[in-house]
Design a protein around this ligand. Structure first.
Ligand code: ADP
Ligand code: MG
Length: 703
């Protein structure tokens, strides 16, 4: 315990930071890099060579042997293929390490096995990786040694996105362009760029590795597919914010160190609601970097767990009946001269801009609720959204009492009044009240909550990439900014027009605002009455990508082509079917090889005892009863097993991606539930020592 941690020294140690570039690059090249980072474009070939050499020298000085283009294919996780810096030895057999500009800028992995949803077949077989200069290169440090990782986008030869980063980068450009139009209207002539600011709160479970390794369901599918509820769950709420146990504390400390070295600003850590559940949140940063960093957070969480004999579960619902995990995507828009567009500000002028941004966001969320819902859909999240622990599957916006009141006033004050006070517009609430910005979750049941100077999108699943949600947010808000700017740039009476526009948007889209309890059944009915979509499953959500209005929006802003959207839809259906298929196969495997044999053994033992006791003239009522119960549950399992097996055969006959996914969702999931019920009942009967794997109680309370 004597070692002293120096965060200032650790932070960014494994990152090729801007500072390191400033020190290591010739002035001119450094400025060229900064310009390209800020304004886009490409480095000249000579500069790229110089940057590559400086990057390699730094990496090698720090022990790196390989480099990789680090990218985010549509699997949702990251991919890397390592190449060492080794080159052809010279005449005397000496090795001179090399890394050229062209290797930095472009890569050509043999990427034919990544999901492309038919895209690559249509266009071009190869995938290319292209350096994303806006996200810093870093060193990954593990048993493989040290690897220089270069964040890249992954595209086809003709530029179709085969990954999650490309559309995100496109959406960042689009939101910048449209948001600038808005701030210009309010007299900001200095800003040259607007970026999203994103802070991700990440939930996770930590369990003992030995126990994990005894559960095929956790190994193959990331969640338990069987398991009776333990006597204690989370009802006492004694875990939430509880003191952190030594073993977990040691893990968190190690995790922080690794993340700080990678330039991730790990900030907050605490125990979460469920037993064995925890959370980590870094400080917000630009959207693109935040998305990359969230991938690193997830990877590092898993890696560090291994060192502590632990396993980190990122699945959205590892344990039925116990809270699952999500992540909160905190999102705002900031100009490069430091103005947060979601900050109400202090002057009436700032207030009006804020109200306009708010109105545009509300409109965007209402018009594209289905897309936003889709962006948070993944296989695991189906177990959370709409259950009593995560936001409902219905998108609504929470504003808080104060702001909702302002919005109501604005929407109801008759026609736009042009009563001017000292040249300032009378908004009806000339300056906004100082809004409460307490840091606690004031409404944990809302999927999309305004929290003082940002929106918090709380639907995202814990294992999912946040690229999709942020791409969607940027896109839909850019669309409503564009529409507002079209009107406001062409009016003779700006004050009147902006007032009308805010009023109109808030009136037309008031239905999406909801401050009440999102978990209640009344809300489901109320939402239906308001005409808000209630999209209950991932499979159902996919069609939002292909609707006319989505395609039109994404194509207008060149964020996705129709073909890219179709490919994504195809992959989502496929991913769903494959994941459920794995779960079903795992259940059959565990039923056949573990649970049924254990239950038969136990009933055999019961029968033996029964005969013995009977021969001895004892009372066998309980034995008979238990034996009956046991064999009856066994029979139910056998029947459910048969049905699941037959239905799986049927499922795999369908060639249509959507239909197949629907079959998995409707038929296979029901079959799986039917198989689980008797198995969980058996767990409560069979002798503990005979049960073939650790139970919920063993896993959740004995970390
Ligand atoms: P909570 O009460 O939900 O835990 P916090 O204040 O801890 O909220 O913030 C959660 C996350 O939101 C953190 O990652 C934080 O850095 C981020 N955050 C704070 N302000 C902003 C902002 N303006 N834009 C985006 N993210 C932000
Ligand atoms: Mg939060």
């Amino acid at each position: 315990m004597s070692e002293v941690l120096n965060i200032e020294e650790l932070f960014g140690k494994n990152v090729f930071t801007i500072e390191k570039m400033r020190v290591r690059l010739p002035r001119g090249v450094y400025h060229e890099v900064r310009r390209v980072m800020e304004e886009g474009g490409e480095l000249s070939k000579t500069s790229a060579d110089i940057v590559a050499k400086a990057m390699k020298d730094w990496a090698v000085e720090n022990g790196a042997t390989h480099f990789t283009h680090w990218f985010q294919p549509l699997t949702g996780i990251t991919a890397e293929k390592h190449d060492s810096f080794v080159t052809h030895p010279d005449d005397e057999g000496r090795m001179l390490l090399e890394f050229k500009g062209k290797e930095l800028i472009k890569g050509e992995p043999d990427a034919s096995s990544f999901p492309s949803g038919g895209l690559r077949a249509t266009f071009e077989a190869r995938g290319y990786t292209a350096w994303d200069i806006t996200s810093p290169a870093f060193l990954k440090e593990d048993a493989t040694g040290k690897i220089l990782c270069i964040p890249t986008a992954f595209c086809s030869y003709t530029g179709e996105a085969l990954d999650k980063k490309t559309p995100l980068l496109r959406s960042e450009e689009v939101i910048s362009e449209q948001a600038l139009r808005i701030v210009r209207l309010f007299g900001n002539t200095e800003a040259k760029k607007v970026t999203s600011s994103v802070g991700i709160e990440q939930e996770y479970f930590l369990i003992d590795r030995e126990k994990y390794l005894k559960r095929p369901d956790l190994i193959f599918s990331g969640r338990t597919l069987y398991g009776a509820m333990p006597p204690k769950g989370q009802e006492l709420e004694d875990h939430y914010f509880g003191a952190i146990r030594e073993r977990i504390g040691a893990y968190m400390k190690d995790l922080n160190i690794e993340l700080w070295k990678l330039g991730v600003t790990a900030k907050t850590q605490h125990n979460e609601v469920a037993p064995a559940q925890h959370e980590l949140a870094p400080i917000y940063e630009s959207g693109n970097v935040a998305v990359d960093h969230n991938q690193l957070v997830m990877e590092t969480m898993k890696k560090v767990a291994g060192r502590h004999g632990l396993m980190c579960l990122l699945h959205e619902k590892p344990f039925a009946g116990v809270n699952g995990s999500g992540k909160h995507d905190n999102w705002s828009l900031v100009t490069d001269n430091g103005m947060n567009m979601l900050d109400p500000g202090l002057t009436p002028n700032e207030n009006i801009q804020f109200l306009l941004v708010l109105a545009c966001t509300i409109k965007a969320v209402d018009e594209h609720a289905d897309l936003l819902r889709q962006s948070a859909a993944d296989v695991g999240n189906d177990h959370r959204l709409g259950a009593d622990e995560a936001p409902p599957a219905i998108i609504s916006v929470f504003l808080g009492d104060q702001l909702e009141d302002v919005v109501r006033q604005l929407a109801s004050t008759g026609k736009a009044r042009k009563a001017k006070n000292g040249g300032k517009l009378e908004t009806g609430v000339s300056t906004l009240p100082e809004l409460d910005r307490d840091a606690t979750d004031r409404n944990r049941t809302s999927p999309f909550a305004f929290t003082g100077n940002k929106f918090e999108f709380r639907m995202v699943g814990s294992s999912d990439s946040v690229a999709g949600p942020n791409t969607t947010l940027n896109a839909i808000v850019a669309e409503s900014f564009a529409e507002a700017a079209d009107r406001l740039e062409n009016t003779d009476d700006f004050d009147m027009e902006v007032h009308d526009l805010i009023k109109e948007y808030l009136t037309d889209h008031q239905r999406i605002i909801f401050n009440g309890d999102g978990y209640s059944d009344e809300w489901v009915k109320e939402a239906e009455r308001r005409g808000l979509p209630n999209i209950k499953s991932m499979v159902e959500s996919v069609q939002a990508l292909l609707s006319k209005k989505s395609v039109a929006m994404f194509e207008k802003f060149k964020i996705f082509t129709k073909a890219e959207l179709a490919s994504r839809a195809e992959i989502l259906y496929e991913t769903y079917s494959k994941s459920i298929n794995i779960e079903a196969m795992t259940m059959l495997d565990m039923a056949g090889k573990q649970i049924i044999p254990a239950a038969m053994k136990y009933s055999g033992k019961l029968a033996e005892y029964l005969t013995a006791i009977k021969n001895a003239g004892g009372d066998t009522t309980v034995h008979v009863e238990l034996l009956k119960q046991c064999t009856s549950e066994l029979a139910k399992m056998r029947k459910a097993e048969e049905k699941l097996r037959k239905d799986l055969e049927k499922a795999n006959k369908s060639a249509d991606g959507k239909k197949k996914a629907e079959f998995y969702r409707d038929v296979i999931c029901a079959d799986m539930a039917a198989l689980r019920t008797p198995a969980d009942a058996l767990e409560m009967i069979v002798e503990k020592d005979m049960w073939p794997f650790p139970t919920y109680g063993d896993i959740l309370f004995e970390v």
